[in-house]
Design a protein around this ligand. Structure first.
Ligand code: ATP
Ligand code: MG
Length: 349
């Protein structure tokens, strides 16, 4: 029997709704899998935490997470945070940096029953998660932008050899268990130095994986190929902001943001967090699609299982995925997928 301590942070907007449904799924799966126990520890983040604890990311949350095996995080409405207030930092960014969660793994996949223009998409965007245009957010400055005078803005981007190589390693390792194809996405013709370093570092790592097919595209060309022939891609490695944009585009190919999970991965910690934001427009109406967060928790169990050599956690992850597949086959859909929101219980064993 292995007990995992999971730090649950509900977040803003639809966060409490989708995290709440995800915890229900995790509780159900631990009941049906022998040898797996999950202990849920709730920690405050976001606007509700600011109101009750005076900070969007209080010390107790960070300290609590250090005692956990992994985190489960909801989305955050950071664009309304006051960037001038040091108690209103972006918890996502701070946790990614603080726990050095350098790879953001964002898979997209077509599910039978979900209406889309494509039928066999199955790809993963591996987004660098601690550098790029987001480099100094929450660390020394509030953003990676400066105004040397009132009419000029400088936005800077950081790319390091270490950051690029370790990101590429995650991508190539991931491809080993998939179609063994890695696509490097960059904009080397303009960002010669930064994207050049990212490309060279990725290629250097890739040389060690002789059975893996490697190709590369400029981001503009790749955006077109992704729309025209998404089924040809497997693992995509790219820098932070390119990965952010491409993972939303990839989600659009398979039914939208409600289906796009994500995992923030470091060498010693990981945090499950859906790709989408806090969707304030639909918050509190009980119509948010919880699948992206549920599948993020599935990835969390899968990685915990692999890393600890713990088959029960890997099995639990596969049960969650099957439950999602089955729900779609049975046409249980939230409104974003064209369904009507009706809660039903599904038993998978
Ligand atoms: P944020 O500033 O937190 O990123 P946002 O307004 O950009 O919030 P997103 O969550 O990024 O909102 O998503 C954009 C739109 O996609 C939302 O307005 C919402 O309608 C839809 N959406 C996103 N996630 C979901 C979901 N889980 N279920 C249903 N619809 C969603
Ligand atoms: Mg958004």
């Amino acid at each position: 029997m292995r007990t995992y301590q999971i730090g649950v942070m509900e977040g803003d907007g639809i966060g409490p709704e989708i995290v709440g449904e995800t915890v229900k799924v995790l509780k159900a799966v631990q009941q049906s899998v022998d040898g797996l126990e999950i202990e849920f520890k709730y920690y405050p983040v976001g606007l509700s935490s600011f109101q009750s604890n005076g900070a969007t990311l209080p010390e107790e949350t960070v300290e609590g997470l250090k005692e956990c095996d992994a985190g489960l995080l909801g989305p955050l409405t950071t664009h309304i945070y006051d960037t001038g207030n040091p108690n209103m930092i972006n918890p996502s960014g701070a946790l990614r940096k603080g726990f050095d969660l350098y790879a953001n793994i964002r898979p997209t996949k077509t599910y039978e029953g979900v209406k889309t223009k494509f039928s066999d998409v199955d790809l993963v965007v591996v987004r660098e998660n601690t550098e790029g245009m987001y480099a100094d957010r929450n660390m020394h400055f509030n953003t990676g932008e400066f105004m040397p005078d009132p009419d000029t803005v400088l936005s800077f981007r950081v790319v390091t050899r270490k950051g690029s190589e370790r990101l590429a390693r995650v991508g190539f390792e991931l491809a080993q268990g998939r179609k063994k194809k890695v696509t490097i996405v960059h904009k080397m013709n303009v960002l010669r130095k930064g994207c050049g370093l990212f490309y060279d570092s990725s290629l250097k790592v890739g040389k060690k994986y002789s059975d893996t097919v490697i190709d590369d595209y400029h981001i503009d060309a790749f955006a077109m190929h992704l729309i025209q022939r998404p089924e040809d891609f497997d693992v995509v490695v790219t820098t932070n902001m390119f990965g952010d944009i491409l993972s939303d585009q990839a989600a659009g190919l398979v039914g939208g943001l409600g289906l796009a999970p994500g995992l923030n991965l470091g060498d010693s910690f990981l945090i499950a967090q859906a790709t989408h934001g806090s969707a304030p427009d639909i918050a509190g109406r009980n119509i948010a699609n919880p699948v992206a967060e549920i599948l993020s928790a599935k990835m969390m169990l899968e990685w915990l299982g692999y890393r600890n050599g713990h088959q029960s956690a890997v099995h639990a992850a596969s049960l969650i995925e099957r439950a999602v597949e089955e729900a779609f086959k049975q046409k249980m859909m939230t409104t974003d997928l064209g369904g009507i929101c009706q809660r039903q219980n599904l038993v998978i064993s």
